[in-house]
Design a protein around this ligand. Structure first.
Ligand SMILES: O=P(O)(O)OC[C@H]1O[C@H](OP(=O)(O)OP(=O)(O)O)[C@H](O)[C@@H]1O
Ligand SMILES: O=c1[nH]c(=O)c2nc[nH]c2[nH]1
Ligand SMILES: [Mg+2]
Length: 166
């Protein structure tokens, strides 16, 4: 159980695209990669952007879910495992694992164990799991919840003087 995540970090589509591209720039120093393994669902969007920037056309997914009730993490559930062809490729150390973020690190650790030689990258990282990833773009504090553009909608914001939250 981690601290309550009572701060918020909303991310727009523009910002997410820019941050994912910044990660691709960083990964230029680590190339070449034979394949991307994205941790779905959150890893799908950054994986698409990075695959486009680095010219990677072999994309595998591993589906792991553990946040069943909004911010509450429960049992880790591997909904779709990695295919054997990609696990065999890991021997060369040229697999790139992509996710949107690491928080407690529980999800990332499980995938790391499946592909021990891979380079693991996320767009965002919280301190508890920062050391688990080989590269990331932005660190946010452990008590911050990141709101991704696919989880948000445009809505009315009350004026600050009427008690708007930042
Ligand atoms: O470091 P952790 O504490 O394990 O949390 C990070 C994971 O949590 C979220 O996925 P989620 O389980 O919500 O599934 P989703 O990607 O399908 O939304 C996020 O996309 C990461 O994969
Ligand atoms: O949308 C999300 N934002 C987060 O900060 C987070 N941490 C774990 N899982 C998460 N999902
Ligand atoms: Mg996820």
């Amino acid at each position: 159980m981690t601290a309550p995540q009572n701060k918020s970090f909303p991310v727009s589509w523009d910002q997410f695209h820019r941050d994912s591209r910044a990660l691709a720039w960083r990964l230029m120093n680590e190339e070449p990669f034979d394949a991307i393994v994205c941790i779905t669902r959150g890893g799908l969007v950054p994986a698409a952007i990075i695959a486009r920037e680095l010219g990677i056309r072999v994309i595998e997914s591993v589906s792991i879910s553990s946040y069943h009730d909004y911010q509450k993490q429960g049992e880790l559930n591997v909904v779709k495992p990695i295919c054997q062809d990609i696990i065999d490729l890991d021997k060369n150390g040229r697999i790139l694992i992509i996710d949107d973020l690491v928080d407690t690190g529980k999800t990332g650790r499980a995938v790391r164990a499946m592909l021990p030689n891979a380079h693991f990258s996320t767009v965002y990282a919280k301190p508890l799991a920062r050391d688990l990833v080989n590269s990331f773009v932005t660190e946010v504090s452990q008590d911050t919840w990141i709101y991704f553009p696919w989880d948000m909608d445009v809505s009315y914001a009350p004026p600050i003087r009427d008690g708007a939250q930042d």
